[in-house]
Write a protein that binds this ligand. Structure first.
Ligand code: ADP
Ligand code: MG
Length: 782
């Protein structure tokens, strides 16, 4: 029997979704009123009333009605008992919480005073209630505690200093240019110079005697230290400031949403929500975990490194605990029936005979594991993991061939259109000569082309289809899908995989993320693991060199020599702070600079603000050697193959995670020629040199992942982008072995005693589990 709290929760979700989708009354099957008319609405007459006639209201009317309804639903039980007037007023001001008032984690963001437009901004980042804000952790932290002593700072290091302005001058070296120079004296008596270009409005703040806290990068000229200022506050403002004088978090954001705003929102949420712990104290003690309140405060606003480390450890543990609970709750051991293929030795030989090379030992072994699965009547659910270029696609092509030989269709799904096209070209190469009909279906095709392909798929006129998400859209019906291959699984949600699985084909997932075998079960729940741990022969390892940015000319001189020999080069720029626009600007600027430095080279640009079709077009031209240097933001990251490219230059390499650098480097060395990777570091601290040295010294993904862990400080967080698993914000599968095992142990222990989490003591854990989960599949289970 569901509790009222659970029913409330069940009702809240579709209502929030309705709001998020712009009140179109389409998100809930049959409309919002129908939902309320169901038994779900029984305990909430007030909500029913508030939403009466919803379908007939205009958009602002619906917005108001929905807000009123959510208000009634959220905690205002008194109102729920006393039905309100039949029609919601046109505009309802949502009362924000009074100072000191506590709000439940599910409370709507409108109840939090985040300033004008605050709720809308947070919504646009995918944050809809207080819990979302609490768990939107910073993706990194910056130490902005003022340094007492500047003698030790290194070139390029980011530092915070506090001091008094003792001298100031303004220069105008040419018309239209204004330079403000300020000298700051620190409490310890050191001196720092800071400079502002063309910011006349700064002049008032920078008067002599003003006491300031500055954050920026260090430039050293002999003994004198200069700072390129990125953040400034006066000492008075800095007292109690969320943005300076402390270790500050840096959040995922987008244009128009400032870090200061996000910090304030997190702070308000932490103050408003009672952070009762869902983990009983004796378990926390057993696993050495701090309590939830200390952890969340420590994650967003740590007093010191120790609190940050405690917080991160606890929240990471929780992520794994929830993941483990989810896997265990889902896992039923019933064998799912899939397709049963012949997969004869003859067919395998025929496939291999048509290849221009022989399979490596590792490919052969993995192929055997796959064909065993294919021959059995169980549904295959296997993950093939292997470094970029290890030959996963070739193995998948063979499996697809075997499926086709048995009269089935095959599908290969890629995360981007560029990759889909590339796979299409490769599969056509492998399979075309074996009389297999290969088709392509991507969003960039015209409606007519798509319809034509859909018809061919439905009528069995095509054997293997390569595509993007377009493949799992409603109007794609396979005649007889036997095997589905999914490239880079983590870019797809669980839901999408389930959709693809609807016809119960065998499923093969390919991924380049190195995951130790013992962890694969946790990460992918139900997938078995095959590893290709050997590169095809004849590959010359990529030569990697680390350069200081002061020597970047060398890198480009080298790239130019390769270009003169008929080769091509990638140049990648790092994400600059947290903004797409800035990232684009930096890439554009770089490509303009390169055009000046390398006038002979043909240079083009690829960035994240391009449409898929535009990106595709640029990549196609690059592959066709229509230009020599591709300057790109990180969109290039996933496995694009350009065999003629032999140079990868990575600017601001220190801003990338090592795993990401390894992936980027894998873009070259795809052909037979010797390839090179140059890491240009914008920072010259010992720590950075050491970290980037790992990439310089190894080409083995596992070694790199391991060394990375050893060097990583507590302030560095890896985001979802790196962990590859959507439910993990903090977790890092390759390195969290111990913590994962503990979390698994606890999850098993909990479920062994209480398989459905029904004990009152676990109510809070259970509701947290339900609400924090991203995975719809899982919500259906519990
Ligand atoms: P992955 O999908 O793991 O990135 P691919 O299957 O795309 O790797 O293979 C990378 C490149 O190596 C392709 O050009 C492919 O033709 C080639 N290749 C694959 N297997 C072998 C092999 N056994 N011997 C030589 N070359 C191979
Ligand atoms: Mg690949």
């Amino acid at each position: 029997m569901a509790t009222v709290a659970e029913l409330r929760d069940k009702l809240r979700r579709p209502l929030l979704a309705e709001r998020a989708s712009g009140h179109q009354n389409k998100i809930v099957a049959g409309g919002v009123e129908k939902l309320l008319a169901s038994p779900l609405g029984n305990p909430f007459p007030g909500v029913r009333e508030a939403l009466k006639g919803y379908g007939d209201l205009d958009e602002p009317g619906r917005a108001a009605a929905l807000n009123a309804a959510l208000n009634v639903l959220d905690g205002q039980d008194a109102a729920a008992k006393a039905p309100r007037t039949p029609r919601a007023p046109a505009r309802v001001a949502v009362p924000t919480a009074a100072p000191g008032e506590r709000l439940p984690p599910d409370a709507d963001l409108a109840r939090l005073d985040t300033g004008p437009g605050g709720t809308r901004k947070l919504n646009s980042l995918g944050l809809h209630n207080l819990r979302d804000v609490l768990h939107a952790y910073p993706h990194r932290h910056e130490d902005r505690r003022a340094l007492p002593d500047l003698s030790e700072v290194e070139e390029g290091q980011k530092v915070t200093v506090e001091g008094t302005v003792v001298a100031k001058s303004r220069r105008s070296p040419k018309p239209g240019m204004l330079i403000l120079d300020v000298t700051l004296e620190t409490p310890a008596g050191g001196r720092v110079k800071a400079t502002w270009f063309n910011q006349p409005w700064m002049e008032r703040q920078l008067r002599v005697g003003a006491r300031l806290v500055l954050t920026g990068r260090v430039k050293k000229f002999g003994r004198s230290v200069q700072i390129g200022v990125e953040h400034l506050e006066t000492v008075e403002d800095a007292k109690g400031s969320l943005s300076t004088g402390r270790i500050v978090g840096v959040y995922d954001s987008k244009d128009g949403i400032s870090q200061e705003f996000l910090r304030r929102a997190a702070y308000r949420a932490l103050e408003a929500v009672p952070l009762d712990d869902y983990l009983p104290a004796h378990w926390r003690q057993k696993y050495g975990l701090t309590d939830l309140s200390d952890a969340l405060w420590g994650m967003h606003f740590p007093h010191d490194e120790a609190q940050l480390a405690r917080g991160m450890n606890r929240l990471r543990f929780d992520e794994y605990l929830f993941l483990e609970l989810r896997v265990l709750l889902q896992g039923d051991d019933a064998v799912l029936l899939g397709k049963r293929f012949q997969a004869t030795g003859d067919d395998i030989h025929r496939f291999e005979g048509a290849l221009p090379f022989q399979f490596t030992g590792a490919q052969r072994r993995v192929l055997l594991e796959i064909t065993d699965d294919m021959r059995s009547e169980r549904q295959m659910a296997r993950l093939v993991q292997g470094d970029v270029g290890s030959g996963k696609t070739a193995v998948a092509a063979c499996a697809l061939y075997l499926a086709v030989r048995d009269g089935y269709q095959g599908a290969l799904m890629a995360p981007t259109e560029i990759l889909a096209r590339q796979h299409y070209a490769n599969l056509s190469g492998y399979l075309g000569q074996l009389d297999v009909r290969v088709g392509l279906l991507i969003g960039a095709m015209t409606a007519k082309q798509k319809l034509e392909m859909q018809t061919r798929i439905a009528e069995g006129d095509v054997d293997v289809v390569v595509g993007t998400q377009a493949l799992i859209q409603e109007n794609v019906r396979f005649d007889n899908l036997g095997l589905a291959v999914v490239d880079e699984e983590h870019r797809f949600g669980v839901q999408q995989r389930r959709k693809l699985l609807a016809g119960r084909p065998d499923v093969l997932v390919m991924s380049a993320t190195p995951i130790p075998r013992s962890l694969a079960l946790t990460a992918y729940g139900d997938l078995e693991l095959s590893i290709i741990d050997e590169l095809p022969p004849g590959r010359t390892p990529i030569e990697t060199k680390l350069l200081q940015d002061t020597h970047r000319q060398q890198a480009y001189g080298f790239a130019m020599r390769q270009i003169r020999e008929g080769r091509q080069a990638f140049v990648v720029t790092a994400l600059i702070e947290e903004s797409d626009t800035l990232e684009l600007l930096a890439a554009t600027q770089l490509s303009e600079d390169l055009k000046v430095i390398l006038p002979e080279a043909r240079i083009d640009l690829l960035h994240g603000k391009m449409s898929a079709a535009e990106k595709d077009h640029v990549m196609t031209r690059f592959r066709a050697r229509e230009f020599d240097i591709l300057v790109s933001t990180t969109v290039i990251e996933v496995g694009v193959d350009v065999p003629n490219a032999t140079v990868m230059v990575i600017e601001n390499a220190e801003r990338f995670g090592l795993a990401q650098l390894h992936q980027l480097r894998g873009r070259v060395g795809r052909g037979s020629a010797q390839s090179y990777c140059v890491l240009i570091s914008g920072e010259n601290s010992r720590k950075t040199r050491q970290r980037l040295g790992i990439i310089e010294g190894s080409t083995d993904g596992f070694v790199i992942a391991e060394a990375d862990l050893k060097l990583r400080g507590p302030g560095e967080i890896r985001g979802t982008r790196q962990s590859g698993v959507p439910d993990l914000r903090l977790g890092d599968l390759a390195n969290d072995l111990e913590i994962i095992e503990q979390a698994r142990e606890l999850a098993k222990h909990i479920l062994a005693h209480d398989p459905k989490l029904e004990h009152p003591r676990l109510q809070y854990l259970r509701s947290e589990l339900q609400n924090r989960s991203q995975s719809v599949a899982y919500r259906e289970v519990i």
